[in-house]
Ligand binder design. Structure first.
Ligand SMILES: Nc1ncnc2c1ncn2[C@@H]1O[C@H](COP(=O)(O)OP(=O)(O)O)[C@@H](O)[C@H]1O
Ligand SMILES: [Mg+2]
Length: 255
């Protein structure tokens, strides 16, 4: 994927990125700012057409957005002036699903994300963590096959974030959805990835891949205990060093 800036400079945002996402897999993607994470997700979502190569979902080439792919953005992508229910059932209203059916589904999903009783609350009155619960419910109610998340928990405080990480694991475990989550946090990538890609910049590429046990171990468990595990600490240090070196290279050594 290359972009051309308004001044005519070519930016090689992604190069030779090739992988297969398995059904039901939980994949996390980590990497320094500017390494092409959002670009990769936007291509999969169908918001961007790659300038080279191709991408397909269940043998069908992706050429644009589709209901089988749901997106959860970082904070700020809700209709803040609408109630929680009206945000959550937005996709169903677009599909003209009957009112009763919509109401039942809204209730079900508000329950799952821990927002029972908040249906009539205007979204702007909710805390950041609750708003991201709304964003999750809004995505999941459409029953997508693939859930794409671009730093969905990045703006939350540490405690709320940890609760939301548990929620993502629960939802993955209970729905069996395929989830691809982008994050800036090494710990989050380790906790929320059965498989983890570390990306490197200039050009954006897949740098290292890990298969990890922590997501499965974290289901229904205290995530703080998982973080205390010796193996967790070892991989965390390895990846932190890796990313540290990338940042050094970007900044220029000794600069
Ligand atoms: N529309 C665009 N036009 C020009 N350059 C872009 C555009 N979108 C992204 N880029 C560039 O592509 C690279 C990857 O960006 P992005 O995918 O947003 O990275 P990340 O999400 O990992 O921070 C960056 O160098 C960014 O400046
Ligand atoms: Mg990004």
């Amino acid at each position: 994927m290359t972009f051309e800036t308004p001044s005519g400079v070519q930016v090689h945002a992604l190069k030779d990125v090739s992988f297969t996402l398995k059904k039901g897999e939980l994949l996390s993607v980590l990497g320094p700012s500017g390494c092409g994470k959002t670009t990769l997700l936007n291509i999969i979502a169908g918001f961007l057409n790659p300038t080279g190569g191709s991408i397909s979902l269940a043998e069908e080439e992706i050429t644009g957005p589709g209901v089988e792919r749901g997106m959860v953005f970082q904070q700020g992508a809700l209709f803040e002036w609408l109630t929680v229910s009206k945000n959550v059932d937005f996709g169903l209203r677009m599909k003209k699903v009957p009112k009763d059916e919509r109401a039942a589904l809204v209730e079900k999903w508000l329950d799952i994300v821990g927002l029972q009783g908040f249906g009539d609350t205007p979204t702007y009155q909710l805390s950041g963590g609750m708003q991201q619960r709304v964003a999750l419910a809004r995505c999941l109610i459409n029953d997508p096959d693939l859930i794409l998340m671009d730093e969905p928990l990045g703006a939350l405080d540490a405690l709320t974030r940890e609760k939301m990480q548990s929620l993502v694991l629960d939802i993955w475990n209970e729905t069996g959805k395929t989830i691809m989550i982008i994050t800036h946090s090494v710990e989050e990538a380790l906790l929320l990835g059965e498989r983890l890609f570390v990306m490197a910049p200039r050009p954006g590429r897949l740098f290292k891949e890990y298969e990890l046990p922590f997501a499965k171990q974290g289901i229904g468990a205290d995530l703080r205990e998982i973080k205390q595990l010796k193996e967790f600490g070892e991989v965390r240090e390895e990846i932190l060093t890796m990313i540290w070196n990338m940042e050094e290279e970007i900044m220029g050594k000794g600069a």
